[in-house]
Write a protein that binds this ligand. Structure first.
Ligand code: NDP
Ligand code: GUE
Ligand code: MG
Length: 303
């Protein structure tokens, strides 16, 4: 990468994601020119989760910028499970769609697992299908969830070789916590996964050379939870009231109290401008990988 990915200790997701998206765009141009193939990414949003709204907007822009086809399906928050499953089956069968994802959380009347199980594993842009999750856990090639992949790319750019370092992941969701732990294990980290039942979360966090917060609680990780010099990766996307911007206004904050943690950490990702941007870039790459696999096209080894 020609530009420095970090501005001092702040890991700049914009720079890193822009570089990755440029590589994806170049590969898309090649696929179009040499194979007449335009990768297509679809998203399904049921209801209106605020973190999902941010994602869908940025993903739509990035898909078009990369030269790919972008499809967006919005179902009302009252949609039934059968309606969502019908949409999944339609996308499984749509040859223009090489990858897709259903935004989570879905409303209570719909089983998240039933939706995941219905997705064609080859089109599973999120890497959430049990086949992909199992392949990742077994060390086999898989569709890797975009957010965890983005976290590890940023941690490596900030910390170099992660081998032997203690990574503490707060959160154990199938979307973020568990797969990020798998990827850190693959990097030869010693991995601790903490969650809502963990005892002494601050004490666990203070052991971390690499601290990943994926909880969904604004500013939960305080400055004194951070070991001096640690790499802090903040996955949280939380919308909170921002009266300073005017009545009824909101802003995005992470799971880490940034102003406190930045004083202690060796490197830290901001929100916005951090992991979220890498999630979008990695999702673009996943879509290209899926399109190539489905069409028997080889990708450059380092893609
Ligand atoms: N930046 C990005 O690209 C992305 C951001 N996100 C954001 O990341 C956050 C996490 O997402 P996701 O993993 O899907 O969320 P989930 O709600 O699925 O999982 C949250 C996890 O945090 C744990 N947790 C909740 N409260 C506490 C607590 N007080 N102490 C310790 N652990 C706790 C839960 O524990 P338990 O299992 O015990 O309930 C659970 O494992 C959200 O803010 C989401 O919007 C998500 C995806 C991508
Ligand atoms: N099946 C599924 N997969 C997901 O990966 C998934 C999901 N459901 N549900 C919602 C969460 C949230 N999420 C975000 C991704 C990128 C940004 C993002 O682009 N953030 C930018 C933009 C911020 C802004 O525009 O203000 C940033 O942090 O800088 C945000 C949020 C993915 N998620
Ligand atoms: Mg979840």
């Amino acid at each position: 990468m020609s530009t420095s990915p970090s501005n001092g200790k702040i890991i700049d997701g914009k720079i890193i994601a822009t570089a990755l998206k440029a590589r994806v765009a170049a590969e898309v141009a090649r696929l179009k020119a040499e194979h007449g193939l335009t990768p297509g990414l679809a998203v399904v949003l049921v209801g209106n989760d605020p973190a999902s709204e941010v994602y869908v907007r940025n993903k739509g822009i990035a898909t078009v910028e990369a030269g790919m086809n972008s499809f967006e399906y919005r179902l009302p928050g009252t949609a039934s499970q059968d309606e969502v499953l019908a949409k999944v089956r339609e996308l499984n069968a749509d040859p223009a769609v090489h990858g897709f994802l259903v935004q989570f959380p879905v409303p209570d009347q719909i089983s998240q697992q039933a939706v995941i199980d219905a997705i064609d594993p080859n089109k599973d842009a999120d890497g959430l299908h049990p086949l992909n999750a199992g392949r990742l856990a077994s060390g086999l090639p898989a569709m890797v969830p975009a957010t965890p992949e983005g976290c590890v790319i940023m941690a490596k750019l900030a910390g170099g070789d992660l081998s032997g370092k203690h990574a503490v992941v707060i959160g154990r969701s199938n979307l973020v916590g568990k797969p990020v732990a798998q990827l850190l294990l693959k990097e030869n980290c010693t991995v601790t996964i903490a969650h809502s039942r963990s005892h002494d979360l601050p004490g666990l966090a203070r052991q971390a050379d690499i601290l990943v917060a994926a909880v969904g609680r604004p500013n939960m990780v305080r400055g004194d939870w951070v070991k001096p010099g640690a790499i802090v990766i903040d996955v949280g996307i939380n919308r909170v009231p921002a009266p300073e911007k005017g009545e009824g206004k909101t802003r995005l904050v992470g799971d880490v109290a940034f102003d406190e943690a930045v004083k202690v950490a060796g490197a830290i990702t901001p929100v916005p401008g951090g992991v979220g941007l890498m999630t979008v870039a990695c999702l673009m790459r996943n879509t290209v990988i899926a399109a190539c696999r489905q069409n028997g096209i080889a990708l450059p080894k380092d893609f």
